[in-house]
Design a protein around this ligand. Structure first.
Ligand SMILES: NC(=O)c1ccc[n+]([C@@H]2O[C@H](COP(=O)([O-])OP(=O)(O)OC[C@H]3O[C@@H](n4cnc5c(N)ncnc54)[C@H](O)[C@@H]3O)[C@@H](O)[C@H]2O)c1
Length: 323
Protein backbone atom coordinates (compact mmCIF):
# COMPACT_ATOMS: atom_id res chain seq x y z
CA UNK A 1 0.00 0.00 0.00
CA UNK A 2 1.04 3.63 -0.43
CA UNK A 3 0.84 5.27 2.96
CA UNK A 4 1.16 8.85 4.26
CA UNK A 5 2.49 9.26 7.81
CA UNK A 6 2.06 12.78 9.20
CA UNK A 7 4.42 13.48 12.09
CA UNK A 8 6.52 10.59 10.82
CA UNK A 9 9.82 12.12 11.96
CA UNK A 10 8.62 12.14 15.56
CA UNK A 11 9.13 9.52 18.22
CA UNK A 12 6.17 7.21 17.52
CA UNK A 13 5.87 8.19 13.85
CA UNK A 14 9.46 7.25 13.01
CA UNK A 15 8.95 3.75 14.42
CA UNK A 16 5.72 3.38 12.43
CA UNK A 17 7.46 4.50 9.23
CA UNK A 18 10.30 2.02 9.79
CA UNK A 19 7.88 -0.86 10.38
CA UNK A 20 5.77 0.05 7.32
CA UNK A 21 8.90 0.01 5.14
CA UNK A 22 9.91 -3.37 6.61
CA UNK A 23 6.46 -4.64 5.65
CA UNK A 24 7.04 -3.49 2.05
CA UNK A 25 4.67 -0.56 2.04
CA UNK A 26 5.57 2.63 0.20
CA UNK A 27 5.68 5.55 2.62
CA UNK A 28 5.55 9.32 2.36
CA UNK A 29 6.54 10.99 5.62
CA UNK A 30 5.26 14.53 6.15
CA UNK A 31 6.80 16.39 9.08
CA UNK A 32 7.58 20.04 9.80
CA UNK A 33 10.43 18.97 12.12
CA UNK A 34 9.06 21.15 14.94
CA UNK A 35 9.85 18.37 17.40
CA UNK A 36 10.73 15.50 15.05
CA UNK A 37 14.21 14.95 13.66
CA UNK A 38 15.39 13.75 10.27
CA UNK A 39 17.95 11.60 12.09
CA UNK A 40 15.08 9.54 13.56
CA UNK A 41 14.46 8.32 10.00
CA UNK A 42 18.11 7.62 9.20
CA UNK A 43 17.48 3.88 8.71
CA UNK A 44 14.83 4.50 6.03
CA UNK A 45 15.68 7.96 4.67
CA UNK A 46 17.30 6.67 1.49
CA UNK A 47 15.12 3.61 1.05
CA UNK A 48 13.56 3.50 -2.45
CA UNK A 49 10.09 3.05 -0.90
CA UNK A 50 10.40 6.11 1.31
CA UNK A 51 9.96 9.82 0.59
CA UNK A 52 10.46 12.51 3.22
CA UNK A 53 8.59 15.80 2.82
CA UNK A 54 9.50 18.69 5.10
CA UNK A 55 6.20 20.53 5.50
CA UNK A 56 3.11 21.06 7.61
CA UNK A 57 -0.32 19.49 7.79
CA UNK A 58 -1.50 23.10 8.04
CA UNK A 59 -0.40 23.60 4.40
CA UNK A 60 -3.55 22.37 2.67
CA UNK A 61 -2.19 22.41 -0.89
CA UNK A 62 0.81 20.34 0.06
CA UNK A 63 -1.27 17.97 2.19
CA UNK A 64 -3.82 17.51 -0.60
CA UNK A 65 -1.13 16.62 -3.12
CA UNK A 66 0.27 13.98 -0.74
CA UNK A 67 -3.03 12.48 0.39
CA UNK A 68 -4.09 12.17 -3.26
CA UNK A 69 -1.14 9.83 -3.87
CA UNK A 70 -1.99 7.51 -0.95
CA UNK A 71 -4.40 4.77 0.07
CA UNK A 72 -4.00 5.18 3.82
CA UNK A 73 -3.03 7.98 6.23
CA UNK A 74 -1.56 7.61 9.71
CA UNK A 75 -2.13 11.03 11.26
CA UNK A 76 0.31 11.59 14.12
CA UNK A 77 1.38 15.20 13.55
CA UNK A 78 0.43 17.08 16.69
CA UNK A 79 1.52 19.74 19.12
CA UNK A 80 1.85 18.01 22.47
CA UNK A 81 3.55 18.03 25.84
CA UNK A 82 2.34 19.36 29.16
CA UNK A 83 4.61 22.41 29.01
CA UNK A 84 3.34 23.39 25.55
CA UNK A 85 -0.21 22.93 26.77
CA UNK A 86 0.32 25.24 29.73
CA UNK A 87 2.51 27.86 28.03
CA UNK A 88 1.31 27.86 24.43
CA UNK A 89 -2.36 26.81 24.38
CA UNK A 90 -3.11 28.56 21.09
CA UNK A 91 -0.42 26.58 19.31
CA UNK A 92 -1.79 23.37 20.84
CA UNK A 93 -5.40 24.14 19.88
CA UNK A 94 -4.67 25.30 16.33
CA UNK A 95 -1.98 22.70 15.64
CA UNK A 96 -4.19 19.82 16.68
CA UNK A 97 -7.62 20.89 15.50
CA UNK A 98 -6.71 22.58 12.20
CA UNK A 99 -4.25 19.82 11.25
CA UNK A 100 -6.71 17.01 11.89
CA UNK A 101 -9.54 18.82 10.15
CA UNK A 102 -7.32 19.29 7.09
CA UNK A 103 -6.39 15.60 7.01
CA UNK A 104 -10.00 14.44 7.31
CA UNK A 105 -11.41 16.97 4.85
CA UNK A 106 -8.81 16.11 2.23
CA UNK A 107 -9.05 12.34 2.73
CA UNK A 108 -12.84 12.45 2.49
CA UNK A 109 -13.46 12.94 -1.26
CA UNK A 110 -11.59 9.73 -2.15
CA UNK A 111 -12.54 7.95 1.10
CA UNK A 112 -8.91 7.36 2.02
CA UNK A 113 -8.70 5.63 5.39
CA UNK A 114 -7.31 7.69 8.29
CA UNK A 115 -5.82 6.18 11.45
CA UNK A 116 -5.76 8.99 14.00
CA UNK A 117 -3.45 9.06 17.03
CA UNK A 118 -5.34 10.29 20.05
CA UNK A 119 -4.41 10.08 23.69
CA UNK A 120 -5.40 8.69 27.09
CA UNK A 121 -5.45 12.37 28.12
CA UNK A 122 -8.98 12.56 26.69
CA UNK A 123 -10.22 10.68 29.79
CA UNK A 124 -8.97 13.62 31.88
CA UNK A 125 -9.25 13.16 35.63
CA UNK A 126 -11.87 10.45 35.55
CA UNK A 127 -11.10 8.28 38.60
CA UNK A 128 -13.14 5.25 37.53
CA UNK A 129 -10.40 2.82 36.52
CA UNK A 130 -9.63 1.17 34.20
CA UNK A 131 -10.71 3.39 31.28
CA UNK A 132 -12.75 1.63 28.66
CA UNK A 133 -13.24 3.35 25.31
CA UNK A 134 -16.74 4.35 26.40
CA UNK A 135 -15.67 5.82 29.74
CA UNK A 136 -16.69 9.39 30.43
CA UNK A 137 -14.28 12.25 30.03
CA UNK A 138 -13.83 14.34 33.17
CA UNK A 139 -12.05 17.60 32.51
CA UNK A 140 -11.27 20.75 34.46
CA UNK A 141 -12.34 24.29 33.61
CA UNK A 142 -11.58 25.98 30.31
CA UNK A 143 -9.78 28.72 32.24
CA UNK A 144 -7.08 26.16 33.01
CA UNK A 145 -4.94 25.77 29.88
CA UNK A 146 -3.81 22.37 31.06
CA UNK A 147 -7.00 20.85 29.61
CA UNK A 148 -6.71 22.27 26.10
CA UNK A 149 -4.68 19.35 24.68
CA UNK A 150 -7.20 16.79 25.98
CA UNK A 151 -10.03 18.93 24.63
CA UNK A 152 -8.42 19.46 21.23
CA UNK A 153 -7.70 15.74 20.82
CA UNK A 154 -11.26 14.90 21.90
CA UNK A 155 -12.63 17.34 19.34
CA UNK A 156 -10.34 15.70 16.76
CA UNK A 157 -11.96 12.38 17.67
CA UNK A 158 -15.40 13.93 17.24
CA UNK A 159 -14.30 15.18 13.81
CA UNK A 160 -13.12 11.66 12.96
CA UNK A 161 -16.46 10.14 13.86
CA UNK A 162 -18.38 12.94 12.13
CA UNK A 163 -16.50 12.06 8.92
CA UNK A 164 -17.01 8.35 9.62
CA UNK A 165 -20.74 9.02 9.69
CA UNK A 166 -20.39 10.49 6.19
CA UNK A 167 -18.59 7.37 4.97
CA UNK A 168 -14.88 8.06 5.59
CA UNK A 169 -13.10 4.98 6.98
CA UNK A 170 -11.48 6.10 10.24
CA UNK A 171 -9.92 4.36 13.23
CA UNK A 172 -8.87 6.20 16.39
CA UNK A 173 -6.15 4.94 18.71
CA UNK A 174 -5.72 6.35 22.22
CA UNK A 175 -2.13 5.91 23.30
CA UNK A 176 -1.14 5.43 26.93
CA UNK A 177 2.36 6.85 27.68
CA UNK A 178 4.71 5.53 25.04
CA UNK A 179 8.43 5.20 25.71
CA UNK A 180 11.43 3.76 23.93
CA UNK A 181 14.36 4.80 21.76
CA UNK A 182 13.88 8.26 20.22
CA UNK A 183 11.44 9.47 22.89
CA UNK A 184 13.12 12.82 23.24
CA UNK A 185 14.11 14.48 26.48
CA UNK A 186 13.20 17.96 25.33
CA UNK A 187 11.42 20.39 27.61
CA UNK A 188 8.22 18.89 26.19
CA UNK A 189 9.37 15.29 26.49
CA UNK A 190 7.88 12.71 28.81
CA UNK A 191 9.00 11.58 32.20
CA UNK A 192 11.02 8.53 31.09
CA UNK A 193 13.40 10.45 28.76
CA UNK A 194 13.87 13.08 31.45
CA UNK A 195 14.65 10.56 34.20
CA UNK A 196 17.03 8.54 32.01
CA UNK A 197 18.91 11.63 30.86
CA UNK A 198 19.26 12.89 34.43
CA UNK A 199 20.31 9.46 35.74
CA UNK A 200 22.98 9.06 33.05
CA UNK A 201 24.31 12.56 33.68
CA UNK A 202 24.35 12.02 37.46
CA UNK A 203 21.84 14.84 37.95
CA UNK A 204 18.82 14.66 40.31
CA UNK A 205 15.73 12.81 39.06
CA UNK A 206 13.01 15.40 39.65
CA UNK A 207 9.58 14.02 40.52
CA UNK A 208 6.66 16.47 40.33
CA UNK A 209 4.23 16.20 43.24
CA UNK A 210 4.58 13.35 45.73
CA UNK A 211 5.26 10.73 43.05
CA UNK A 212 2.35 8.48 44.00
CA UNK A 213 0.63 9.29 40.70
CA UNK A 214 0.87 6.32 38.37
CA UNK A 215 0.89 5.59 34.65
CA UNK A 216 0.86 2.59 32.34
CA UNK A 217 4.04 2.94 30.32
CA UNK A 218 4.00 1.21 26.97
CA UNK A 219 7.05 0.24 24.99
CA UNK A 220 7.15 1.62 21.46
CA UNK A 221 7.13 -1.79 19.73
CA UNK A 222 3.81 -2.60 21.39
CA UNK A 223 2.45 0.81 20.31
CA UNK A 224 3.47 0.15 16.71
CA UNK A 225 1.91 -3.33 16.73
CA UNK A 226 -1.37 -1.96 18.08
CA UNK A 227 -1.44 0.93 15.62
CA UNK A 228 -0.67 -1.17 12.57
CA UNK A 229 -3.33 -3.70 13.48
CA UNK A 230 -5.84 -0.91 12.78
CA UNK A 231 -5.07 -1.09 9.05
CA UNK A 232 -7.61 -3.93 8.96
CA UNK A 233 -10.86 -2.56 7.51
CA UNK A 234 -12.85 -4.70 9.97
CA UNK A 235 -12.06 -2.06 12.61
CA UNK A 236 -13.12 1.05 10.73
CA UNK A 237 -15.09 3.62 12.71
CA UNK A 238 -13.84 2.32 16.05
CA UNK A 239 -11.73 3.77 18.87
CA UNK A 240 -9.17 1.68 20.76
CA UNK A 241 -7.06 2.01 23.88
CA UNK A 242 -3.51 1.18 22.89
CA UNK A 243 -1.25 0.70 25.88
CA UNK A 244 -0.08 -1.75 28.49
CA UNK A 245 -2.05 -2.25 31.68
CA UNK A 246 1.04 -2.60 33.91
CA UNK A 247 0.79 0.18 36.51
CA UNK A 248 3.83 1.99 37.88
CA UNK A 249 3.97 5.01 40.19
CA UNK A 250 6.34 7.81 39.24
CA UNK A 251 8.34 7.09 42.42
CA UNK A 252 8.72 3.43 41.37
CA UNK A 253 9.69 4.50 37.89
CA UNK A 254 12.39 6.85 39.19
CA UNK A 255 13.74 4.10 41.45
CA UNK A 256 13.86 1.56 38.61
CA UNK A 257 15.63 3.95 36.24
CA UNK A 258 18.17 4.91 38.89
CA UNK A 259 18.99 1.23 39.46
CA UNK A 260 19.03 0.26 35.76
CA UNK A 261 21.33 3.20 34.97
CA UNK A 262 23.48 2.34 37.97
CA UNK A 263 23.24 6.03 38.80
CA UNK A 264 24.28 7.91 41.95
CA UNK A 265 21.61 10.57 41.23
CA UNK A 266 19.29 11.55 44.09
CA UNK A 267 15.52 11.42 43.56
CA UNK A 268 13.98 14.75 44.54
CA UNK A 269 10.37 15.98 44.67
CA UNK A 270 9.11 19.43 43.69
CA UNK A 271 5.57 20.79 43.78
CA UNK A 272 3.65 20.95 40.50
CA UNK A 273 3.31 24.73 40.90
CA UNK A 274 7.06 25.13 40.57
CA UNK A 275 7.13 23.01 37.41
CA UNK A 276 3.98 24.25 35.69
CA UNK A 277 2.73 27.31 37.61
CA UNK A 278 -0.33 27.72 39.83
CA UNK A 279 -3.51 25.76 39.19
CA UNK A 280 -1.90 22.77 37.48
CA UNK A 281 -3.80 19.52 38.02
CA UNK A 282 -2.26 16.17 37.27
CA UNK A 283 -4.30 13.07 36.64
CA UNK A 284 -3.59 10.65 39.45
CA UNK A 285 -3.84 7.30 37.64
CA UNK A 286 -4.49 6.06 34.13
CA UNK A 287 -5.10 2.42 33.27
CA UNK A 288 -6.41 1.18 29.92
CA UNK A 289 -9.12 -1.44 29.71
CA UNK A 290 -7.79 -3.55 26.85
CA UNK A 291 -10.80 -5.83 26.42
CA UNK A 292 -11.84 -4.24 23.13
CA UNK A 293 -8.32 -4.10 21.69
CA UNK A 294 -7.71 -7.72 22.75
CA UNK A 295 -10.89 -8.87 21.08
CA UNK A 296 -11.00 -6.85 17.86
CA UNK A 297 -7.30 -6.15 17.23
CA UNK A 298 -5.85 -9.23 18.91
CA UNK A 299 -3.64 -6.69 20.68
CA UNK A 300 -1.74 -8.07 23.68
CA UNK A 301 1.17 -5.77 24.60
CA UNK A 302 3.98 -8.00 25.74
CA UNK A 303 7.04 -5.96 26.56
CA UNK A 304 7.77 -5.75 30.27
CA UNK A 305 8.77 -2.36 31.64
CA UNK A 306 12.24 -3.51 32.72
CA UNK A 307 12.99 -4.99 29.30
CA UNK A 308 11.75 -1.81 27.60
CA UNK A 309 13.64 0.46 29.97
CA UNK A 310 16.90 -1.44 29.37
CA UNK A 311 16.52 -0.98 25.60
CA UNK A 312 15.64 2.69 26.03
CA UNK A 313 18.58 3.32 28.36
CA UNK A 314 20.92 1.62 25.88
CA UNK A 315 19.71 3.99 23.15
CA UNK A 316 20.19 7.00 25.40
CA UNK A 317 23.69 5.94 26.36
CA UNK A 318 24.64 5.76 22.71
CA UNK A 319 22.93 8.99 21.74
CA UNK A 320 23.91 11.13 24.72
CA UNK A 321 27.52 10.26 23.90
CA UNK A 322 27.00 11.63 20.37
CA UNK A 323 25.72 15.01 21.67
N1 LIG B 1 4.21 9.77 23.15
C1 LIG B 1 3.10 9.45 23.82
O1 LIG B 1 3.16 8.85 24.89
C2 LIG B 1 1.74 9.78 23.26
C3 LIG B 1 0.64 9.55 24.09
C4 LIG B 1 -0.61 9.85 23.59
C5 LIG B 1 -0.77 10.32 22.31
N2 LIG B 1 0.32 10.56 21.52
C6 LIG B 1 0.09 11.07 20.17
O2 LIG B 1 0.91 10.35 19.27
C7 LIG B 1 1.34 11.22 18.22
C8 LIG B 1 2.86 11.19 18.11
O3 LIG B 1 3.42 11.64 19.33
P1 LIG B 1 4.97 11.55 19.65
O4 LIG B 1 5.12 11.17 21.07
O5 LIG B 1 5.65 10.77 18.62
O6 LIG B 1 5.37 13.09 19.57
P2 LIG B 1 6.45 13.82 18.65
O7 LIG B 1 6.43 15.27 19.06
O8 LIG B 1 7.74 13.10 18.69
O9 LIG B 1 5.78 13.65 17.22
C9 LIG B 1 4.93 14.59 16.64
C10 LIG B 1 5.49 14.90 15.27
O10 LIG B 1 4.62 15.79 14.59
C11 LIG B 1 5.41 16.77 13.93
N3 LIG B 1 4.54 17.92 13.73
C12 LIG B 1 4.02 18.77 14.64
N4 LIG B 1 3.23 19.68 14.05
C13 LIG B 1 3.25 19.38 12.72
C14 LIG B 1 2.64 19.96 11.58
N5 LIG B 1 1.83 21.04 11.69
N6 LIG B 1 2.86 19.41 10.38
C15 LIG B 1 3.67 18.31 10.24
N7 LIG B 1 4.30 17.74 11.29
C16 LIG B 1 4.08 18.27 12.50
C17 LIG B 1 6.57 17.01 14.86
O11 LIG B 1 7.70 17.60 14.22
C18 LIG B 1 6.86 15.59 15.33
O12 LIG B 1 7.76 14.94 14.47
C19 LIG B 1 0.75 12.58 18.52
O13 LIG B 1 -0.44 12.74 17.80
C20 LIG B 1 0.43 12.52 20.00
O14 LIG B 1 -0.62 13.37 20.35
C21 LIG B 1 1.58 10.30 21.99
Amino acid sequence: MKVLVTGGAGFIGSHIVKKLIELNHTVITLDDLSTGKKSFLSEVMNHPNHTFVNGSVLNRNLLESLIDQCELVFHLAAVLGVKNTVENPLKVIEGNIDGTRNVLELAYPKKIKVIFSSTSEVYGKNDQLPFSENSSRVLGPTTTHRWCYATAKALDEHLCFAYAQKGLPVTVVRYFNAYGPRATATQYGGVIPKFITSALKGEPLTVYGDGTQSRCFTYIDDMVTGTLSCIDNQVNNEVFNIGKDQVLSINELAGKIKILCNSPSPIIHIPYEIAYGNGYEDTQNRIPDLTKANKLLNFYPSIDIEVGLRKTIAWYKENLEKE
